[in-house]
Design a protein around this ligand. Structure first.
Ligand SMILES: [Zn+2]
Length: 324
């Protein structure tokens, strides 16, 4: 791998000699093509073996520049490298370069598209989150009054089992996101046991994005469901003897002025010791059924099981087979 020099003596008019023909030497350099290594005439005007060896030593980076795969602004320039590349290889690498440019442009477009799509999703998710946590007032016209229902079973270790039915429907009033104020009825073994208003408020899973701050005090928004409160009331009414055997979280004696620390976990128990010696246990409610269920099983051995979710529909007029 070396340089071959062809010299040709020409005769012509030079600047200095002013119209007086003079002989001068034209040198043509031949050497291996940087790509295919076939001997080719260099278009560089002056090359040395040392310089050429240096180019072959960094051949990889030079080839990546020629083929357009090097990071942009990598030196030397394509024109500089092409001085030692044969015509065929030049053409070939030019095509590769064009293809690489097109490919990069396509990737850029794809990336832009994906970024736009991500931004759209984040925006959508943000709107969903704002909607989800925002309270508003709804009128009767805005709500779907279709009743819903679900059944539970509560079982004690002594194989005592209670059938529990909840029915609820949306009513006008305060509404958070799509969580309408619900009028709830709770039947235990066919008997109406509790009747109250409540919301099903759960957290929403949304995409996080650093551009958006957390929505207010979102972390502190309460979660609640329609059933926890009803179960707490029923447990207080139906299981007094059992509740009295449980170590209470708080005890209150009427007449004593001891302050009650009510910062306790819910559900919890408050036992009132009356002067006549009778005792009553209040269940300080939690409005989250999973918490209530865990507590009831731990403290009372009462197992709460979800039986089935089924939409309860209004019976067609004249149909007497409605449940309850
Ligand atoms: Zn070549």
């Amino acid at each position: 791998m070396g340089i071959r020099v062809e010299e040709e003596v020409r005769e012509g008019v030079g600047y200095e000699t002013k119209k007086v023909p003079q002989k001068y030497t034209v040198r043509r350099y031949f050497g291996p093509c940087l790509i295919c290594e076939r001997e080719t005439q260099y278009s560089a005007s002056r090359v040395s073996d040392e310089w050429l060896a240096k180019q072959f030593k960094r051949r990889r980076i030079l080839l990546s520049i020629l083929r357009g795969t090097a990071p942009s602004h990598t030196s030397p320039s394509v024109a500089y490298i092409e001085t030692i590349v044969c015509a065929g290889c030049r053409e070939e690498s030019r095509k590769l370069r064009t293809a690489a440019v097109q490919q990069r442009a396509a990737e850029e477009r794809q990336k832009e598209k994906e970024e736009k799509e991500w931004k759209r999703k984040v925006e959508e998710s943000w709107r969903a989150r704002v909607h989800h946590y925002e309270w508003r007032d709804v009128t009767a016209a805005e709500i779907d009054p279709t009743p819903h229902g679900t059944e539970f079973r509560a079982a004690l270790p002594n194989s005592e089992v209670h059938q529990i039915l909840f029915r609820w429907r949306a009513t006008p009033g305060k509404c958070r996101g799509d969580s309408y104020l619900m009028k709830v009825g709770m039947w235990v073994d066919g008997k109406l046991t509790a009747h109250y208003h409540g919301w099903d408020l759960q957290d929403i899973d949304v995409l996080e994005d650093e551009n958006h701050r957390l929505y207010g005090s979102e972390e502190k928004w309460p979660t609640m469901d329609l059933f926890g409160g009803g179960f707490c009331r029923w447990i207080e009414c139906a299981f007094q003897p059992r509740l009295l055997t449980v170590e209470p979280d708080l005890v209150w004696e009427p007449g004593s002025y001891k302050e009650l620390d009510t910062q306790i976990r819910r559900p919890g128990t408050l036992r009132v010791d009356w002067l006549d010696g009778s005792r009553y246990v209040h269940v300080l409610p939690s409005l989250n059924l999973p918490e209530v269920a865990e507590w009831a099983e731990q403290h009372l051995g009462l197992r709460i099981e979800e039986r089935a979710f089924r939409p309860v529909r209004r019976a067609p007029a004249g149909d007497a087979t409605d449940d309850q």
